[in-house]
Design a protein. Structure first.
Length: 503
């Protein structure tokens, strides 16, 4: 009874807020999107349920972010805009029939733009003291892309929530005994994503619930929520030039349901590239710059040069499937083909206080011998290598690596394994913590001075810890991958314990 009463009170408060907003606009009618002066009774149930999340636990996230301040208070404003943009899209879903692909892309563009802004803000503020907070938002905000997932969008939300939990767990660890606001913030954001998962699972089980009897969607962006509207507004001034046309529509007639789902997901696919999206840009050399090359400052029309093999880009031809790296799917004329993976030169350099070890393959002799405690080591996309790090460093990160053997002495902060496969690591000195995230196959050899090391894992498999005995022999211990959760009626809490196979 008390929970029902609380729900009614929350709904009444939401209605009151909307009525006050409508009264504050001079009594003007609500917009076509229903964002101002909406009648709650006219809203679809799944729109009201979404509003409950926004006005509930998400409002706590916004409030705590503003209290913490700094870069987090700036980024949360972008998150608010992304959530608002999705809300406006859901209102259109309730009112309209399922649109064509090009119209759907236009309708989703405001949400996609905000997601890109959130992730770009994180990349531009890597030196921020709140980097873990910014990363938690950046890694999990693609959960709003559930609207493009068919036929079961809810698991995608959970996947994005798990991706962000790697960083929320760091926030919990760093501020557990310092500032409780950060702890509450991390819990509130995870709860927001959990409620979004439950919402999608309940109201959009097999995909978006379009209104089959609704109007035709136009793709026009609705007015921002809270914008003022008078009874007779003056004519608007000329607007800016129109935006560039949307990406060409993908021919879906040649494929089945899987092609439709992939096409809807294309809008959000590039957002997960992060800074990698700029790697396709061509470097402009001095001879290509007009102010440095007099030959380019000629007058009159220039006839196109004839193509010579090896002198420039070839005319279009269907790419082959021969590649030395993992292939990537592309689309041309509605048909799929394989894009050869770009080869990168190996790199081992000290950039400021960061050692970068990138794109090495089949090397067993890599050594960093001049590291100090103010420096970090970042290993990216290396395969079948052995890396030895001498001295004491601040932290070590292995990202997207495969078959890497790591030997190091002392680490001050943490050793992180992210998106890796078949990793071996041996500490000969001391390190406080290993973070293992989305890694398949990891063996960690401890030293006698590092037996108090913590191992924190998420979405891992085949994680083994090897502990030395007095004779220097190692004993292997497998870390549990399956867990059992039961409800305790006495404590009224859920208790989770690892499951062990006896045999």
């Amino acid at each position: 009874m008390s929970s029902d009463l609380a729900g009614i009170v929350k709904r009444l408060e939401a209605v009151t807020t909307r009525l006050e907003a409508a009264a504050g606009t001079g009594g003007g009618g609500g917009g076509a999107d229903g964002s101002v002066g909406e009648d709650t009774g006219s809203l679809a149930p799944f729109v009201q349920a979404y509003d409950d999340i926004v006005s509930g636990v998400f409002a706590q996230v916004v409030s705590l972010s503003q209290q913490i301040g700094g870069d987090l208070s700036k980024q949360v404003e972008m998150v608010k805009l992304a959530v608002q943009a999705q809300r406006e899209f859901i209102v259109q879903v309730a009112k309209c029939k399922e649109p064509s692909q090009d119209i759907l892309v236009k309708m989703l563009q405001p949400t996609a733009d905000q997601i890109a802004a959130i992730q770009s803000f994180r990349e531009k503020n890597r030196a921020s003291q709140q980097f873990n907070h910014l990363s938690a938002f950046s890694e999990s905000i693609p959960a709003l892309g559930w609207v493009t997932m068919n036929p079961k969008p809810a698991p995608y939300v959970k996947e994005m929530r798990d991706a962000g939990m790697f960083y929320t767990n760091r926030v919990l660890k760093d501020f557990k005994e310092k500032d409780n606001r950060h702890v509450e913030w991390a819990k509130a954001w995870v709860s927001t994503l959990m409620e979004l998962h439950d919402y999608v699972k309940q109201h959009h089980t097999t995909g978006l619930s379009w209104n089959k009897a609704g109007a035709q969607a136009t793709g026009a962006a609705p007015a921002p929520k809270g914008s003022t509207k008078g009874a007779a507004p003056p004519p608007p001034p000329p607007g800016p030039p129109p935006p560039p046309p949307p990406p060409p529509a993908i021919d879906l007639t040649s494929g089945g349901g899987d092609d439709m789902s992939a096409a809807k997901s294309a809008l959000f696919a590039d957002l997960n590239k992060g800074t990698d999206i700029t790697k396709g840009l061509k470097k402009v050399t001095s001879d290509m710059q007009t102010h440095k090359n007099p030959n380019l400052r000629q007058t009159g029309p220039v006839a196109p040069a004839a193509y010579k093999p090896g002198s420039g880009p070839k005319p279009y031809s269907k790419p082959t499937t021969t590649t030395t790296g993992p292939p990537k799917l592309g689309v041309e004329g509605g048909k799929k083909w394989i894009v050869p993976a770009k080869e990168h030169p190996p790199l081992l350099e000290l950039n400021g206080k960061k050692w970068n070890v990138e794109y090495f393959k089949d090397r067993k002799d890599l050594v960093i011998s001049e590291a100090n405690m103010k420096q970090t080591v970042y290993v990216y996309k290396c395969e079948n290598i052995t890396l030895q790090i001498k001295g004491k460093v601040n932290s070590i990160t292995l990202d997207s690596c495969k078959k890497v053997a790591l030997v190091f002495h002392d680490v001050i902060a943490a050793v992180d394994f992210i998106n890796c496969q078949r990793i071996q690591a041996q500490v000969t000195g001391k390190t406080p913590i290993f973070n293992v995230d989305k890694t398949d196959g990891c063996q960690i050899y401890l030293s006698k001075t590092s037996l108090d090391t913590e191992v924190v894992g998420a979405k891992y498999s085949e994680l083994n810890i090897l502990v030395p005995d007095d004779d220097g022999e190692f004993t292997e211990f497998a870390i549990a991958e399956q867990f059992k959760t039961v409800w305790d009626p006495k404590t009224k809490k859920m208790h989770t314990v690892p499951t062990e196979v006896v045999g």
